[in-house]
Design a protein around this ligand. Structure first.
Ligand code: MSP
Length: 512
């Protein structure tokens, strides 16, 4: 089975911040999770490089637009490498392959008579790269996302007959029995779109004649394709359209388009209309998350309040940054964050709960068994408890992208082992009862092994480290793939008797 997931392609005029990182890490965790469940995964991310916003930013830096784009898109790639993002492909809209896709799609729309020319005057927000009606702005006429005043722009453009799709789209996002049903998650976002859709759809401008930095229209080279139409098409270019149709047909339709609420309209209305026009299937699911806010404001370069992923990594490390970002706010809601909140969560979940569990087990094994996995009969009671706890909730939460809840399930499992250790109090047992001690410690090791398998999508490097620390020597990824297929634990467990436990130095040390 295939699983195709995308992030939005990010505007490269902004520096990479934790908002972009949040979306990308969620997509990465889902991609890793699906790989562990034996799906053939395609995970696409990339950068959105055309339009007036980018051209202006390049000009400000005194750079040719493409040079500016090369530099900036590299910064996104570097950030994703730092965060251990396992994307399958990184698409840039300035690539040749993307030009071919956009030209082809736009030509089809033209040939199908879905495009017409019209003089237009409207309020344009460059931040959103979007025309607004006065009713969409706040009381003072400002864009609600960028807190800037859209200016009147007037030009003769080509328009896409979006309005003809109103009922078709409404049907596809409201009727779960429809063959081409698009699920919008969470429900409140879907209702918002339905509400707007019912008011009516305006035709939208598909080209700009005052924006040079873009893809020329194949049927009128004096105009360039409107940046949002250009951008949305990345989702099919990335999997091979139009050159490699076999690859395209293998992965399309997309299983999940992931994004924040600011750009749902484009994905829920404009993108399906384009896809329907050219006769392609529709996305299966749109997953919409909230914004990180800092003091109540959306994070963006224009507001000057960004936190970069590099800052988080230098304080918490890569894996903890991944973990903290996706668990600090519930998926679908906004969350106001601060360094204090992040550090508190780091200390509670990672240092005090997980880190402490690992270090006390290693200490006991060190004291009583010379840092070796003891030989013992496998008492399955504790392991079974962990397996049950995680099988019931964790999998449902992962599959429904409730990653903060899935992480909480893991925390509960970790707490359970910590509590079991306190209950057993192995340190009170005399060294002469070596079998009893061995059996306790052996079962803690096995319980942590199971937890490590589940931690893998969130904190891949640390999960593997924990796995080896516990004396389990096989390839954790292979074992996890098998485990998530049949949920069978080998008779002798995962940690191998007599193997050496490895050092845990530096695994989620407390931060003050
Ligand atoms: N280029 C368009 C998307 C085109 S997709 C065909 C765009 N780019 S963007 O750089 O502005 O990125 C928007 C996305 O970045 C959001 O949808 C979200 O995924 C992420 N985030 C940007 N700021 C964010 C927060 N403050 N909080 C959470 N996510 C944020 O729109």
């Amino acid at each position: 089975m295939k699983f195709y997931i995308t992030t939005p392609i990010y505007y490269i005029n902004d520096i990479v911040h934790i908002g972009h990182s949040y979306t990308t890490i969620i997509a990465d965790i889902m991609a890793r999770w699906k790989r562990l469940n034996s799906f053939d995964v395609f995970f696409l991310t990339g950068t959105d490089e055309h339009g007036s916003k980018i051209a202006t930013a390049a000009k400000k830096k005194g750079k040719m637009p493409l040079i500016f784009c090369n530099d900036m898109s590299l910064k996104f790639k570097e950030a994703w490498n730092l965060l251990n993002i396992s994307y399958t492909d990184f698409i840039r809209t300035t690539e040749k392959r993307h030009f071919s896709a956009v030209e082809k799609i736009v030509q089809i729309l033209f040939d199908k008579n879905l495009i017409f020319k019209k003089k237009y005057e409207g309020l344009y927000c460059v931040g959103c790269e979007k025309f607004y009606l006065p009713k969409d702005l706040d009381e003072e006429g400002y864009c609600v996302f960028h807190k800037t005043k859209p200016l009147i722009q007037s030009e003769e453009n080509y328009f896409f007959k979006l309005s003809t799709f109103q009922n078709l789209i409404l049907e596809r996002i409201t009727d779960p029995c429809h063959e081409e049903y698009i699920e919008i998650y969470p429900e409140e976002r879907k209702n918002e779109i339905i509400g707007k859709l019912k008011i009516g759809l305006e035709n939208i401008s598909l080209s700009r004649n005052i924006v040079e930095w873009g893809i020329p229209l194949p049927f009128d080279k004096k105009q360039t394709v409107y940046v949002w139409i250009d951008a949305l098409i990345n989702y099919i270019t990335g999997i091979g359209y139009p050159k490699n149709m076999t690859e395209f047909q293998k992965y399309w339709p997309v299983n999940i388009h992931l994004m924040a609420k600011d750009i749902l309209w484009f994905h829920a209305i404009i993108w399906p209309a384009i896809l329907m026009s050219v006769g392609f299937s529709l996305p299966k699911k749109l997953c919409v998350h909230g914004f990180f806010t800092l003091n109540g404001n959306k994070m963006s370069k224009s507001l000057g309040n960004v936190i970069s992923p590099q800052e988080l990594v230098s304080k918490y490390g890569v894996d903890a940054t991944r973990y903290l970002l996706v668990t600090i706010m519930p998926f679908g809601h906004d969350g106001d964050i601060s360094w204090e909140k992040l550090t508190l969560k780091y200390n509670i979940d990672l240092a005090n709960n997980l880190g402490n569990l690992i270090s006390r087990i290693v200490k006991m094994a060190g004291k009583y068994f010379n840092f070796k996995v003891p030989q013992a009969n496998f008492d399955l009671k504790l392991v079974k408890k962990i397996v049950t706890l995680l099988r019931e909730d964790f999998i449902i939460n992962m599959n429904s992208m409730q990653l903060h809840k899935a992480a909480q399930d893991l925390q509960n499992a970790i707490t359970l082992v910590n509590k079991q250790i306190e209950y057993d109090a192995p340190w009170k047992i005399s060294k002469t009862h070596v079998h009893e001690l061995a059996s306790y410690i052996f079962s803690y090791l096995q319980a942590v092994d199971i937890i490590a398998l589940h931690l893998l999508p969130f904190i891949p490097v640390s999960a593997e480290k924990i796995w080896h620390t516990m004396g389990a020597s096989n390839d954790i990824n292979k074992i996890a793939k098998k485990y998530f297929t049949d949920f069978i634990i080998p008779k002798s467990g995962f940690s191998v008797s007599d193997s050496q436990l490895q050092d845990t130095e530096g695994l989620f040390a407390r931060i003050v």
